[in-house]
Design a protein around this ligand. Structure first.
Ligand code: SF4
Ligand code: SF4
Length: 203
């Protein structure tokens, strides 16, 4: 008798492709405080990577992110912002969620361009953007479309559209800064549809 498919490990339906499932990075800083990645430099005074910027869990970010992204090794060894490898029993990660749930979030979705003034959190992947959205504190979003390995931001707009339809998410401000005209059009259509659902609910 054939072996049953492995459920929940990305190998359902007897697929041979192995997909590792990661939980999103919420920028708690834990991993860069524990030890440095190959791009980092340990700061003996601060007791953390010298390139870790930001002031509290949820708002830390890697000051070398663009350099890491540009390096071919990031394709097989993803770093900060791509996914969390230290999510189990991680109190610092929980603290990041508590901090994020206690203040208004202005979300910049982009895997390359740094956030301009006015945005206080950055999502480089679809799963990160959805993690920020799940706090229900996002007031404003600016969308890039193509996030490389991180997916297409249209998926985020599509989740928002559905949540607006179901009355699960309050109205938020949005804009699109993607240079991809077709991607921008898809995001705009989904978000305009969300606007209509919010309007029907008097929001
Ligand atoms: S991801 Fe960035 S902040 Fe973290 S250890 Fe590496 S270089 Fe330092
Ligand atoms: S959420 Fe995970 S990957 Fe992101 S900074 Fe914290 S420990 Fe590191």
């Amino acid at each position: 008798m054939a072996d049953p498919p492995l459920q929940g490990y990305g190998m359902e339906n007897n697929e041979t492709k192995l997909e590792l499932k990661t939980v999103p990075c919420v920028r708690c800083g834990y991993c860069c405080i524990l030890c440095v990645c190959p791009f980092g430099v340990w700061d003996e005074v601060l007791k953390r990577c010298a390139f870790l910027e930001g002031d509290r869990p949820g708002f830390f970010y890697c000051g070398k992110y663009e350099e890491i992204e540009a390096n071919p090794s990031s394709k097989w060894s993803p770093s900060f912002g791509t996914g969390c490898c230290s999510s189990l029993f991680n109190e610092t990660r929980q603290e990041a969620f508590r901090n994020l749930c206690n203040c208004d979030l202005f979300l910049w979705i982009d895997d390359r361009r740094p956030a301009p003034e006015g945005y206080n959190v950055v999502a480089a992947t679809v799963s990160e953007a959805l993690a920020f959205l799940s706090t229900r504190r996002v007031q404003k979003i600016s969308f890039d479309h193509d996030l490389g390995e991180g997916g297409e931001a249209y998926e985020v707009a599509s989740v928002i559209e559905q949540a607006a339809h179901n009355g699960e998410l309050d109205r938020l401000e949005w804009q699109v800064h993607s240079a991809n005209p077709i991607g921008a059009e898809r995001i705009t259509a989904a978000m305009k549809s969300a606007d209509r659902f919010w309007m029907q609910r008097g929001q």
